[in-house]
Ligand binder design. Structure first.
Ligand SMILES: Cc1ncc(COP(=O)(O)O)c(C=O)c1O
Length: 394
């Protein structure tokens, strides 16, 4: 009889990396995750969080979370569909709909669940999903869960997208889905051209702006707002686990779509709702994001300072136009060694091996917060350059 656990017993990938002493995962933080923090008992400059607007330690946010626990308790003990809806969930949804210029919104307990619930409910048997080749794993999994046929197009390759759309039968449902800001390379989806193609080929558009909402667009209202095409996007998805300093996700769309999702998105209906403290955090974060022009300005200043510094030192930082800046290493083991040396020298980053990127495209992912000081960034660049030179990466 085949042994079910054989694949686990024979799994050696992580053990091999651990044996080299360069294993970079599951390290505990011992303090609040701000621009400088403590990870695995070591003080570091933090260039590896998604806390773009720097709000996780904001005193107003902390107070809002504490107040919500006092008022509502620690958890909702049920799904939104049944006993798990709070008045603050509904307030949040009304405000998110307005923020993203849609009729309605629906909050999920994670962004991952948002993608699973929305895509699997909207795209069914006989429909087509057309997905960017670099889309996030939660979109990939959502496509698998739906009964629609999924076709991928080359990353941001509009000619390829058109080729795929052209090949599809006319009278079928079609959903083009893409990240707004790509999470590893920090580049943007070409939403205006996607919108034109969607119109030509009668497709609907879903943008997962997990990494853009909060700082892209004039008020942080996302990458479609940045391109001034909010009304061309049918389904706008975001997460609360990055700029919104908490956990959860949402979709905003026309009223009929939201009504349908409320009663058909299984990851919403069969999973407990966002706890009170997290919901109150997101509400307060939304308020701070809406009036966060100074923070956004500082965040883009920080991104420019880091990218220019790394470019001048001789690194390849790809096509980034956001606070996510990749440093190309292009070798799997070298990426782990570089990560460890940077960490030892006091800079925390995220190593990105395949399959998160293509083989030969391995990189160190860096990302900034609005509350990094220039000194944090200049110091980090020095460390990157010194270690990079010693390892002959530059
Ligand atoms: C593009 C994208 N979508 C969705 C998610 C999932 O978000 P969450 O952490 O809220 O589950 C992520 C998380 O990294 C992401 O990068």
């Amino acid at each position: 009889m085949p042994e079910l656990f054989e694949k686990a017993y024979n799994y050696t990938d992580s053990k091999q990396v651990k044996a080299t002493g360069y294993y970079p995962y599951f390290l505990p933080a011992n303090a609040e995750i701000g621009p400088r923090t403590v990870i695995n008992d070591q003080k570091v400059i933090m260039l590896g969080s998604n806390n773009y607007m720097g709000l996780t330690g904001d005193p107003e946010i902390k107070q809002a979370a504490k107040d919500a626990i006092d008022k509502y308790g620690s958890g909702c003990t049920g799904s939104r569909f049944l006993n798990g809806t709070l008045d603050i969930h509904m307030e949040l949804e009304t405000k998110l709909a307005k923020f993203t210029n849609k009729d309605g919104a629906l909050a999920f307990s994670t962004g991952y669940q948002g993608n699973l619930g929305v895509i699997s409910a909207i795209a069914g048997k006989g429909d087509y999903i057309i997905s960017d080749g670099l889309n996030h794993a939660s979109i990939v999994d959502a496509c698998r869960l739906s009964r629609a046929k999924t076709l991928t197009f080359g990353h941001n390759d509009m000619a390829d997208l058109e080729k795929v759309l052209k090949s599809l039968p006319k009278d079928t449902g079609k959903l083009i889905v893409t990240d707004g800001v790509f999470s590893m390379e920090g580049d943007l989806a070409n939403i205006p051209e996607i919108a034109d193609l969607a119109e030509t080929y009668s497709a609907r558009i879903m943008i997962d702006d997990a990494h853009g909402i909060g700082y892209m667009g004039p008020k942080g209202n996302g990458t479609p707002a940045h391109f001034n095409v909010m009304d061309k996007v049918d389904l706008m998805v975001g997460t609360f686990s990055k700029s919104f300093a908490s956990i959860g996700g949402f979709v905003s769309a026309d009223e009929d779509i939201i009504e349908f999702l409320q009663h058909n998105a299984r990851s919403l209906m069969f999973s407990a709702s966002i706890p009170p403290a997290s919901t109150a955090t997101v509400l307060k974060a939304l308020e701070l994001i809406e009036k966060g022009d100074d923070k956004r300005k500082k965040l883009f200043h920080n991104a420019k300072l880091l990218k220019n510094g790394l470019d001048e030192a001789g690194f390849d930082t790809g096509e980034s136009v956001t606070p996510i800046i990749p440093v190309k290493v292009r070798d799997r083991m070298k990426t782990f060694v570089y990560w460890k040396e940077l960490f030892k020298a006091g800079v925390y980053t995220n190593p990105v091996p395949s399959p998160a990127v293509a083989v030969g495209e391995e990189l160190m992912r860096t990302s900034l917060m609005a509350n990094h000081e220039d000194q944090d960034i200049l110091e980090a660049v020095q460390v990157f350059a010194a270690v990079g030179k010693a390892m002959q990466i530059i």
